[in-house]
Design a protein around this ligand. Structure first.
Ligand code: SF4
Length: 384
């Protein structure tokens, strides 16, 4: 192994949920608990891992994230088998290796949390979304607010680090209700929250209802004021707004997500998983696995769509991901990875953004100040 192994993360997609939520466009299918192929899915993942093992030489495992879907439906034993194989495949791992599992309150028990800890999981990300029953009902969730709260309390009792997902922008939701959700989540001992605005995606039940004029959505002004409310509440708690949708108590940032936003290499395993590995300066390969869980379970070779990223794509990715974070995009690091100057060809746009207060230059870093994050998409688009 070279003296500088490339830090590389692994994402494992678990493509099933107990029920499909009406707003969700993730690659996941509803399944009955008794039909879950616990061991067969682990076997299929191990086959994919083996097929990709050659690409992992000279790399150090940075973080592992089991996402979905609902990985808490999976038996901890099957998940642990996959985790063990991943750790055995890498020749090295970083000292602060972070291992996260996404969970839903309806399928997370204290016993499950304890068993996940025993197989090496150190962080749970729990999809509570809200602590108000009318909002949970509107979102079509299987849990109520009592269950959500209990899941957070039990998770924090068993596993060192716990994050909660929070959603805002439900019709009629007030700032006071949202502030109350945040206070109650923080009370459980959770030290990280991902807070997302409810968006209406085309290919979802909410998308159809919205097209038919049967679903009210929050106005842009309401979203903006709720977004500001979230930021204010977490700032009052002393948490850091370290990425547009993510808040953490000091030192509790998600290392997996930071690695991704910094343009780090990652392997994606499982149906619908996406991975991207750097091969040399200015060249990376991104792949997207076949989204069908049924085909994934039975295929014997990789079924993957790949695309090669050149210097321009690497720079654009870096702008798109880095500028979402409080630290911003590191110009020097991007230049090193892309083999091309990220500022070349966009000098005027950068100067204008700086002049308008939409961009700040700070040594090697370019960042969008927090006060402009509501306009982030437009700011980044202007730099493309
Ligand atoms: S539980 Fe999560 S991944 Fe599953 S359908 Fe609902 S929102 Fe989507």
């Amino acid at each position: 192994m070279s003296s500088h192994p490339t830090a590389t993360s692994v994402y494992i997609h678990f493509p099933w949920c107990a029920r499909k939520c009406p707003y969700c466009d993730f690659a996941t299918e509803p399944i009955r608990a008794e039909e879950l192929p616990h061991e067969a899915y682990a076997d299929a993942l191990l086959r994919e891992l083996e097929a990709r093992a050659n690409d992992l030489h000279g790399r150090a495992l940075k973080s592992v994230f089991f996402g979905g879907g609902t990985p808490s439906l999976w038996t901890p034993a099957a998940l642990g088998r996959v985790l063990g194989a991943i750790r055995a495949t890498f020749e090295a791992e970083v000292e602060d290796l972070e291992i996260t599992v996404e969970c839903n309150p309806s399928s997370l028990t204290r016993q499950n949390a304890a068993r996940l800890r025993e197989v090496g999981v150190g962080r749970l990300s729990v999809g509570v979304q809200s602590l108000r029953d009318p909002h949970l009902k509107f979102l079509g969730r299987l849990h109520d607010s009592e269950r959500a709260k209990k899941a957070l309390v039990e998770a924090t009792a068993e596993v060192p680090r716990v994050s909660a997902d929070l959603m805002f922008g439900m019709p009629g939701q007030t700032s006071a209700e949202l502030g109350d959700d945040i206070a109650r989540i923080a009370d459980t001992g959770v030290l990280h929250v991902s807070a997302y605005a409810l968006t209406i995606e085309d290919k979802t039940m909410f998308g159809s209802l919205h097209r038919a004029g049967k679903l009210r959505v929050a106005s842009e002004d309401q979203y903006a004021s709720l977004f500001e409310q979230v930021e204010e509440r977490f700032t009052d708690l002393g948490w850091e707004h370290y990425e547009v949708s993510n808040y953490a108590a000091p030192g509790e940032e998600s290392l997996h997500n930071l690695h991704y936003w910094r343009g780090g290499a990652y392997v994606g395993l499982g149906a619908a998983a996406v991975g991207c590995l750097d091969h040399e300066t200015g060249r990376a390969e991104r792949w997207r696995n076949d989204p069908s869980p049924q085909r994934y379970l039975t295929r014997s070779t990789l079924d993957t769509k790949t695309e090669t990223l050149g210097p321009d794509e690497i720079v654009r990715e870096s702008l798109m991901l880095g500028l979402r974070t409080a630290e911003g995009m590191n110009v020097r690091d991007t230049r090193r990875r892309a083999g091309s100057d990220p500022e070349a060809g966009r000098e005027m746009e950068i100067a204008q953004a700086i002049e308008h207060g939409n961009l700040v230059r700070d040594g090697d870093w370019l960042r969008v100040p927090r006060s402009r994050w509501l306009k982030l998409d437009g700011i980044v688009r202007d730099l493309f």
